[in-house]
Design a binder for this molecule. Structure first.
Ligand SMILES: [Cu+2]
Length: 327
């Protein structure tokens, strides 16, 4: 009995320490002596001009613990069909782009042309990634053979006046759903538009954290007379049914911001997507923005939602659960 109690306390301590670490690190791999360097037209941390064609280059470095020397990481392998997944937002979260820089395995460097027309639909958002002035945050996800998944964050300046505005959270309807409308091309639109997207969140408290789920339902109205129903022509995008990025509105810079890249299975029927995140404390109460990305009839569509998140506390750990590994 005594031993069990000690085990319980230990597991609580581990859970608490884990939550604390999660808050401190927010999953940021750059805290482990690994850094990102970013060049704009060959100039390190150069300033981009809004909408003007440019080349963005990136490389990632580890520090040799013995010599303190910087060593370029060049053992990257693909994940979700790409060598890098790059998400760029303006710091007020009013812009969003998700594209995939090309990897030169010989040098270990990544490169992507910006604001150039491209045929590759997976990089269509690089055409319009930085159209206005301001401070942008880059979230770069790569997979190293030696280090596993790595996430690097870096700021990028775009010249020009930035009129930053914080978008207010959407108001839920009487059933607690957030509802937004989009055109057939996936552009924001008003009620009655061809696409209706509903979102709800749910939370399941567990030992050591809370399982947060984001539920989306994409519906389509094929003509004005018809009611909303199953959407036509849904496709997988990069092996998954749906991709989504969640970020906190709070945070003074990219390092303080909550960031998560989640995936949904392809809907078995209709347009229902579910994404989940195990919240060990990193996702505190506050305002968040989520972008659901799906592919429909050959086009990648992005559905953004700003929402209020009331984080639930984790539940008490039951004795019989204490020796089980956390999910
Ligand atoms: Cu991606």
């Amino acid at each position: 009995m005594k031993l069990e109690k000690i085990l319980i306390n230990q597991s609580r301590l581990v859970a608490l320490a884990g939550a604390f670490l999660a808050i401190l690190l927010s999953g940021d791999a750059s805290a482990g002596q690994k850094i990102a360097r970013v060049w704009v037209n060959g100039v390190e941390d150069g300033v981009l001009l809004p909408g003007v064609p440019a080349v963005l280059e990136m490389a990632f470095y580890d520090t040799d613990p013995a010599t303190g020397e910087r060593v370029i990481l060049s053992d990257f392998i693909p994940f979700h069909m790409k060598m890098m997944h790059l998400v760029a937002v303006r710091s007020d979260l009013t812009t969003f782009s998700h594209f995939h820089p090309y990897y030169d395995g010989m040098s270990g460097e990544f490169q992507i042309p910006l604001h150039f027309p491209v045929r590759n639909k997976d990089n269509q958002s690089a055409e319009t990634a930085f159209m206005g002035g301001g401070r942008y945050e880059l979230f770069m996800e790569v997979k190293s053979e030696a280090h596993g998944m790595l996430e690097f964050r870096h700021a990028l300046e775009v010249s020009g006046n930035a009129s930053e505005r914080k978008e207010p959270p959407l108001r839920p309807d009487t059933d607690g759903r957030l509802v937004q409308y989009f055109s057939g091309e996936g552009e924001p639109a008003g009620p009655g538009a061809p696409l209706r997207v509903q979102m709800t969140t749910s939370q399941l408290p567990a030992c050591g954290g809370v399982l947060v789920k984001f539920h989306f339902n994409v519906e389509e109205k094929l003509d004005a007379e018809k009611p909303y129903g199953s959407p036509e022509g849904l496709e997988k995008w990069m092996m998954m049914g749906g991709h989504s990025i969640v970020m906190s509105q709070s945070g003074r810079d990219e390092d303080e911001r909550f960031f998560a890249h989640l995936h949904a299975e392809f809907p078995e029927s209709g347009g229902a997507y579910e994404l989940s995140q195990f919240n060990r404390g990193a996702m505190a109460a506050g305002v968040y923005k989520i972008w659901l990305q799906i592919k429909k009839q050959g086009r990648v569509m992005t559905f953004p939602f700003v929402f209020d998140f009331a984080a639930l506390p984790a539940s008490d750990c039951l004795e019989e659960n204490t020796q089980r590994e956390e999910p």
